[in-house]
Design a protein around this ligand. Structure first.
Ligand code: CAA
Length: 256
């Protein structure tokens, strides 16, 4: 598929994906979801890639779902538009590779929901976070009511969702919505540096860690622990054997 909105760049086993429709503040339309589905399916099948960094061109990461596309919809079309976004974001969350959101600017509504579907978030001091759907007489539609409460707790989530207020990157950091805040010029170096750091680790262990945390959040503590023991054991006789041997031999590990 040829992409119109997503621009990709690959270096050192890290794929950088830039959402590039700045005239509409990178608002999420049907075309975006088609491209993102295609991208997630294609990167998931590649064992040579180790991490993905997602960012936005211009003043926004993403300023929400595309209001111009939604305005003419009836209830049925609205529900379908929501289900489409939820499916894409779930796919991104389940992408075998770690996904880092490099949040460059406005990250509102569906944009914040997209950032929350990434594995963690690094933000520029220029970023502004919010769930302004109530201003439009809407609720979030891409699982924002669910992911936000799980990430920052019900009180912080309801504060953002009910007031529609925009908060700074520093405030988002205090809430636990982002993991790191850096000046705008340091955003991509920081996100790419973290991606490269992940890329240097045991690739099977990295993918297993992501699977365990993601699946663990959807299941019970005991079921998550049972999965962990399985994945832990599976790495012995695999790259774990090399990693431990390399440590004892005081040399860098050679991953396959
Ligand atoms: N959808 C469609 N177009 C959007 C958009 C969106 N979510 N956000 C911005 N745009 C467009 C504007 O309409 C404008 O287009 P024109 O130049 O053709 O008029 C262009 O982007 C630039 O926007 P502004 O002129 O408004 O720029 P600004 O710098 O003054 O303000 C902003 C920036 C604060 C992000 C403001 O654009 C804004 O408030 N955007 C809407 C944010 C929003 O409500 N998001 C939630 C959407 S609903 C949703 O996401 C539901 C869901 O969960 C599924």
């Amino acid at each position: 598929m040829t992409y119109e909105i997503l621009k990709t760049e690959e270096a050192d086993a890290v794929l950088t994906v830039t959402m590039d429709r700045p005239k509409a503040m990178n608002a999420l339309n049907t075309r975006f979801f088609q491209e993102m589905d295609d991208l997630v399916a294609s990167v998931g099948a590649r064992s040579d890639l180790r991490a993905l960094v997602l960012t936005g061109a211009g003043k926004a990461f993403v300023a929400g779902a595309d209001i111009a596309e939604m305005v003419g919809m009836d209830s049925e079309a609205g529900s379908k538009f929501s289900a489409m976004g939820q499916k894409t974001f779930r796919g991104l969350e389940e992408c075998p590779l770690p996904v880092i959101a490099a949040v460059n600017g406005y990250v509102l509504g569906g944009g914040c929901e997209l950032a929350m579907s990434c594995d963690f978030r690094v933000a520029s001091t220029a970023a502004k976070f919010g769930q302004p759907e109530v201003n439009l007489g809407l609720t979030p539609g891409y699982a924002g009511t669910q992911r936000l409460a799980r990430l920052v707790g019900a009180g912080n989530a309801l504060f953002l969702l009910l007031t529609g207020e925009m908060i700074s990157a520093e405030e988002a950091l205090r809430m636990g919505l982002v993991q790191k805040v850096v000046p705008p010029e340091s955003l991509m170096p920081e996100a790419l540096g973290l991606a490269k750091k992940i890329a240097s680790k045991g690739p099977k262990a990295v993918r297993a860690v992501k699977r365990l945390v993601r699946q663990g959040l959807l299941t019970s503590f005991d079921a998550g622990c049972a999965l962990e023991s399985m994945e832990f054991g599976a790495l012995f006789g695999d790259e774990g054997a090399e990693g431990m041997k390399a440590f004892l031999e005081k040399r860098p590990a050679k991953w396959n």
